[in-house]
Design a protein around this ligand. Sequence first.
Ligand code: NAD
Ligand code: ZN
Length: 229
Amino acid sequence: MKIAVLTGAGISAESGIPTFRGKDGLWNKYDPMDLATPEAFQRNPKLVWQWYDWRRKLIADAKPNKAHFILADLERKYKDLWIITQNIDGLHQRAGSLKVIELHGNIWTVKCLECGVRYREEKTPLKEIPPRCRNCGGLVRPAVVWFGEPLPKEALEKSYSCTVSAEVFIVVGTSAQVYPAAELPFVAKSRGAKIIEINPEETPITPYTDISIRDRASVGMEKLIKILD
Ligand code: NAD
Ligand code: ZN
């Protein structure tokens, strides 16, 4: 059985990582939506890096939760299971998932605006903010996709190919408001996939689901195992 799983910030909520649009999503007096843009970075790289430094520490201290682990188990059971994640926290990989497509990049990778080099930078907290390129000393930025930026081509293509061939398409913990990720369940549906959603709240996808599990991710994933069996 071919399965694709689209995950969003909600799957990491039980690991203590705040979602964007939830009530705990704010940081100080700033709106993350105003920080995760190339314009914000141009205006004030120090402020944006302070926010990322805070999130990196939070993610470093967090552990994958039951929902991440169940997905890793399912990947071993169903050899054709791919995770398409909007998360940048790397918790799927830490739970043991191997087939993970990161649509929005990864918080542990930086890229240099001067020389273009990309490398992993795992120090937390960072020694210097904003950090400087280890190759040329230029300004580096988090290698994540910000609002208004295109998605990495290869990841996007791979996620479409998994989506169109999926027989079951599972959506976990995403508000389905950020495109093109939010479009994937509809693409899957138009190709005849069964759509299963796990989310405590209703989303724009809910009316199109075959099964809607209105629970938090850990509880919902346990119910999902029984449905797939
Ligand atoms: P979002 O914040 O817009 O929506 C979160 C969704 O999760 C909501 O629909 C909410 O009802 C649901 N939710 C809350 N608690 C849940 C739980 N315990 N179990 C299951 N679902 C739960 O997040 P999104 O849709 O992923 O938004 C997209 C953007 O947010 C992406 O660009 C992503 O990179 C970014 N983001 C990522 C992280 C992370 O890496 N962990 C954290 C915050 C935001
Ligand atoms: Zn450089």
